[in-house]
Design a protein around this ligand. Sequence first.
Ligand SMILES: CC(C)(COP(=O)(O)OP(=O)(O)OC[C@H]1O[C@@H](n2cnc3c(N)ncnc32)[C@H](O)[C@@H]1OP(=O)(O)O)[C@@H](O)C(=O)NCCC(=O)NCCS
Length: 192
Amino acid sequence: MRLSKKLAEDISHWKKLEGKRTLLRPLQRRDLQRSLLWLTDPMINKYLSQNFKDLTEEQEEKWFSYIQDSEADIVFAILEKDSSDHIGNCSLNKIDHRNGRCELGIVIGDKDHWNKGFGSDAVDILVNFAVEDLEIPTVRLNVYVYNQRAIKVYKKCGFKLIKVFKKDHLYNGKYWDTLIMEYDSRLVQDYQ
Ligand SMILES: CC(C)(COP(=O)(O)OP(=O)(O)OC[C@H]1O[C@@H](n2cnc3c(N)ncnc32)[C@H](O)[C@@H]1OP(=O)(O)O)[C@@H](O)C(=O)NCCC(=O)NCCS
């Protein structure tokens, strides 16, 4: 059965979206100020597909209102399980039930939490939510080739490289490849 966005959010309220190290809950207005600090941090936004360098509170507020009404986007806050601290955000975007696909985005905003397994844990929860609860078999994402940490995480979580856009992203005076990676639950099942 296909779930509406409202139902999907309800599920995420009553069903614990819980991994070994993190919990996901729908993003709330009170999370926006902290999220803005993360998105405008040059150490973080160099990895993101949109340029959030000059993002303002007003623009973020507008984005949040848009997300609330959108049937095609769900954004979660990532909480550290032990402390309940809000350490990042992740999302499913462009949710396309007809073609069974969506896109994944993630930021662990608190840099002290990088390389401690939180990102991999959150990606696993999110992919499982897409496949099991939304019944979306295919999850895609874009990642720049210089983001080797993220590429490692996605591979660990079962994503495969499906396409490369050669030297299409300008960063730090150089052109870099953008990789398209995909998790296909049908493929994974077939080969297990
Ligand atoms: C990418 C991101 C989500 C990963 O989350 P994380 O919690 O730091 O990642 P994890 O600790 O789960 O895993 C990181 C893995 O990459 C490895 N790694 C770290 N730096 C690396 C590098 N330069 N090259 C290769 N692997 C690297 C780690 O050793 C670890 O692998 P392991 O578990 O086998 O030891 C997080 O770092 C982040 O939000 N970065 C900034 C924003 C971003 O890049 N978002 C994704 C955009 S596509």
